[in-house]
Design a protein around this ligand. Sequence first.
Ligand SMILES: C[S@@+](CC[C@H](N)C(=O)[O-])C[C@H]1O[C@@H](n2cnc3c(N)ncnc32)[C@H](O)[C@@H]1O
Length: 598
Amino acid sequence: MKTAGSIFLRTHFPTPTKLLFLPLTNPKHSLSLIPISISFTRFSSTNPNPILYGPSLHKGTAPTLQRPQNDTLLTLREDAFTRVFHLSALRVPSAHCSALETRLRGHLLNWPRVRNIARVPGDDLDPDLASLVTSGESGGGEEGHVSLQRWIYGQAEGDGDVLSPVLYREKLARTFNTRGFVKFRNLAKISRPPKRKKKKKEEEEEEEKVKVERCTGKKCFATVEVVEEDDNGGGILGNLVEEEFGREKWRGSTRLLLLDERYAGRGVQDLPEAIKAVLKEYAEKSANLTFELVRCKLTLFYDYWQMNEILEVLLPDGVVVPSAFETVGHIAHLNLREEHLPYKTLIAKVVLDKNKPKIQTVVNKIDSIHNEYMTMQLEVLAGNHSLVTTVVENGIRFQVDLATVYWSSRLATERQRLLSGLTRKDVVCNVFSGVGPLAISAAKIVKHVFANDLNPFAVEYLERNSVLNKLERKIEVFNMDGRRFIKAMYASDKAQSITQVVMNLPNEAAEFLDAFRGIYKDRPKDTECNLPTIHVYGFSKAQDPEFDFHERIRIALLEVAVDVEMRRVRLVAPGKWMLCASFVLPRSVAFANTAIDT
Ligand SMILES: C[S@@+](CC[C@H](N)C(=O)[O-])C[C@H]1O[C@@H](n2cnc3c(N)ncnc32)[C@H](O)[C@@H]1O
């Protein structure tokens, strides 16, 4: 007979007082942990010093952390970042856990990356067996009993089911004596499962073992265990059902619904009415459904914590936590301050760990860029030492070797802006093209691209990248000084086709503009000709950066009236702007007699 379900919850928790480890001084940086006793009443709204909500390396229980003394001792002990949090959970029938999760959401644990539905070993019942013991959601009622009998013995009372080979063997074993077995020599064969199947089962068990190991090892970022099991293997309230209502506890598959941390250690009577009401509603709907309140241990490992949380704890007080880095393919490019240098390997290891598998190498810029190829001196701090990587920008693949060529992903948006102004009628002349982020992307849009760079390595990668993107037919590559390149282009028959010139060498590109002066000086002054639109980049630290940059352009062109469209690209350092000036080359400059020879 089915009976209406009920909630069977009871507390066994003692008066809630718990030891927490809190930082001695500055909660942000201190590593000195002292145990203090806190009553759970701290969660009340009247408490003036509530503990911050959510997981934190400054909460829970942990092994004592060692603050690094000097660079040589800097080894990251991942186990020092294990934190254990004691929580309460509802053990519910697995079939109802999702629905209950939705209903109880506001009362469940809501920590980032921690699922509030947890599975612990022993939660799952063999599906066949589960369907029997829980048939009709009876949790082992009369129907369940009949099914169970049938499953175990092949037939229940008055049941005419045909016996399975295993059960047939069992029956024979029960019926025959040793002499009787003589007549059934093949008895063992009848019931022995085929070898193939056995092997499969072993494999499955092995897989399961690996899964469990993985989840108990450090690589699993969180585990949940039920604590304070009673002798019968139930949660602390496991036998409550029988004790109070004379019913069996739920025997099917179960799941844990982790309750919000404010309910940790609470007894049933202290749970909010809202939770009880939902459980009651479920229990009334489904016969014999039972729920248990159990205590559990949530362990968060090193892999759980985010980069800044770990660095905050690792770095000494007052040291700013490095929070950002540039990514170039598989390389994380740090720009560490002086104060970080004693901890550089430690920082790099955390960056690597927390950004794997995308990041495989962590480098730090040793020096500011001051060579003419604009390459950076980089020190590999963690991961593999390859500085050759592949970057995908706007669906185009670029190979770069950070040791020999320039690359900045920060200019991606600016390149996109420039590209959006190009049409298929354009012919682009890229004077400082690097490995081709703009030249190759432009080649996808425009008629033709002339791309140049002084750095032979950049040119090699430029050619390689055009082939990689199947655009080699639309790009002509040059390896010469920018000024010579401009002159060579305008001295050739290519001059008339060029519609756009891009000059991205912000430190000095403006000064290269003098190369345009007198490019058509040998032609009759009234010749019809196409004059290109020039996009030149520059830096300015001036009060009025636009005016300052405009002045530099006018001086280089020796021309007062240049109608320039000026834009701020980005602030590269405090008070230092990168600007882009776009203008049509003035006719007076192109036809000027006073070409500057360099
Ligand atoms: C700021 S990078 C820009 C590269 C590319 N446009 C980009 O966005 O990645 C400047 C490039 O100019 C090249 N360069 C420096 N001096 C040069 C010169 N005098 N003539 C031609 N190229 C030069 C460098 O090798 C470098 O690749």
